[in-house]
Design a protein around this ligand. Structure first.
Ligand code: FDA
Length: 459
């Protein structure tokens, strides 16, 4: 809702133009915001309360794939859709583990984590970054060797924007079967949704790691009887054939009642379209579009569940969904476990590993601008977040950095103490926050790269 617009938008075609932008910004005192895909939840890449310029990476989006080495160099202005499209155009058995929405930008997404449908089998995007090119506060272009392991650690989950401008990432690609299985299945309250969702929590993080059973909860009007109800939408990817999936489901999660007719076998790249909500047979070319797929206004928040939410807790969530406008609000339950547990909490700044059953993503969206309308939705999501406190992680109540939420704490415009930033920093990064502050103090001691939730240097 900020009325502040950028004084200038720089759209570099070459590293030297980024260096020039940093130089000009330092001389003029105009703050820089870096934008890759522009999907920041609080708009920190394109709005600010202080005079600022945007360095928009959209023209730096080349992708080069080495199918022999199973690696790729990706410029940060590329979107995930462009990355997936390019990989699939070179190989039927290579893929990458990152987010579901194709218009999300590589720069913000990979430097902040990157969870997607392959994450239980292959971890998050940042787990697979093996080199990077970063332009630092002095305009130097650094790669992994010249930046050193501390800075290289920080930009893999700690958010690029606190440390410099990430120009490109080198990633290791992952090997997948030629055919995967997908399904979308809905269960309403009348079809025992409460009991099924309750049971899902005992299964989702422990089931075969080739299977990711994601769950969305919304209120909607049933086409069967025209009545308003709560829907549990299970949307899932299995890295294998349907005949191997069904016995797993029958043994571990029979309550869902999955049958062969619910499932579709497709190549991985078509599953990308499936999970992004495109109808079957949509051309793969849509993956190269940068036009956002969501409503223009939304507010998101996140939590981690370390214990199953009891049935009475779920029923309380239904009440919240019931009062909110139909199809405008949802909770996404994204299962963890599998290979996400293979990494220690400290390996990269993203700390959400063993012990988490699933991540909760709260989302509410609306179409029209206006303070009153926005406030109504934001109040709703804040109340729901308060209600959820007994059921989620505590001390700290953790959150996912890529679902940025300024409600959990903010910096001052210029100097922010370690103590003040700790309020939000430990929630996103747990104890990794301390190391992020040390790295920041070393590489950007005067806090040139900053925003409302950037890592502060020690004064
Ligand atoms: P944007 O350009 O707004 O940047 C986000 C932050 O990163 C800003 O602080 C920005 O300054 C900084 N930044 C961007 N490029 C940089 C660069 N080159 N160097 C340094 N700093 C840079 N997440 C997830 O894990 N899984 C998912 O499936 C989804 N799905 C999803 C759908 C939709 C519709 C939205 C809006 C968001 C998601 N996300 C997500 C969250 C997403 O990962 C998160 O918002 C990313 O930060 C977006 O990255 P962009 O580059 O698009 O954003």
């Amino acid at each position: 809702m900020s009325p502040m617009k950028p004084l200038v938008i720089v759209t570099p075609f070459h590293e030297s133009q980024i260096q020039a932008a940093i130089y000009c910004s330092k001389r003029s005192g105009i703050q820089i915001r870096v934008r890759s895909g522009g999907h920041d939840y609080e708009g920190l890449s394109y709005v600010s309360e202080v005079p600022f310029a945007i360095v928009d990476m959209r023209n730096l989006r080349s992708i080069s794939i080495d199918t022999k080495d199973k690696t790729a160099w990706v410029e940060t202005g590329a979107t995930l859709g462009q990355l997936y499209y390019t990989i699939a155009s070179k190989s039927k058995t290579l893929a990458f583990t990152a987010g579901v929405c194709p218009t999300v930008g590589v720069g913000g997404h990979m430097s902040g984590g990157g969870y997607g449908m392959l994450s239980r089998r292959h971890g998050i995007a940042a787990d697979h970054i093996i080199d990077a090119k970063v332009i630092d506060v002095n305009g130097r272009i650094l790669d992994r060797k010249s930046m050193g392991e501390d800075l290289f650690w920080a930009i893999r989950g700690g958010g690029g924007t606190s440390f410099g401008i990430v120009f490109a990432f080198k990633i290791e690609l992952i090997v997948i079967p030629q055919t995967v299985t997908v399904f979308n299945v809905t269960r309403t309250l009348e079809q025992n949704a409460t009991q099924i969702v309750h049971r899902w929590q005992y299964v989702a993080d422990k089931i075969d790691e080739n299977l990711l059973l994601r769950l969305f909860l919304r209120s909607f009007t049933s086409s069967r009887n025209g009545k308003r109800t709560i829907g549990a939408f299970f949307t899932s990817l299995y890295l294998g054939r349907v005949d191997d999936l069904l016995p797993i489901m029958q043994e571990k999660f029979p309550e869902l009642g999955l049958v062969k007719e619910d499932c579709t076998e497709i190549p991985w790249i078509e599953s990308v379209l499936f999970f992004a909500g495109f109808p079957r047979n949509t051309s793969l070319d849509v993956l190269t579009s940068r036009v956002p797929l969501v409503r223009p206004y939304f507010k998101g928040k996140s939590d981690y569940a370390m214990e199953p939410i009891p049935e009475h807790g779920l029923k309380g969530i239904w009440k919240f969904l019931d009062v909110e406008n139909e199809n405008r609000a949802e909770l996404q339950f994204s299962p963890y476990g599998g290979r996400l547990n293979d990494y220690s909490e400290f390996e990269i700044p993203f700390p959400h590993r063993a012990g988490n059953i699933f991540m909760i993503h709260y989302l509410v969206s609306w179409d029209k601008p206006g303070k009153k309308e926005s406030q109504r939705h934001v109040d709703w999501i804040r109340k729901l977040y308060s209600y959820m406190a007994p059921y989620v992680s505590k001390s700290p109540r953790t959150a996912y950095f890529n679902y940025r939420d300024l409600d959990i704490g903010m910096n001052n415009e210029r100097n922010t103490s370690f103590k003040q930033a700790s309020v939000w920093g430990f929630k996103y990064f747990k104890n990794n926050f301390r190391r992020l502050v040390r790295v920041k103090t070393e590489v950007d001691p005067y806090n040139f790269f900053r925003n409302e939730q950037s890592i502060p240097p020690l004064s």
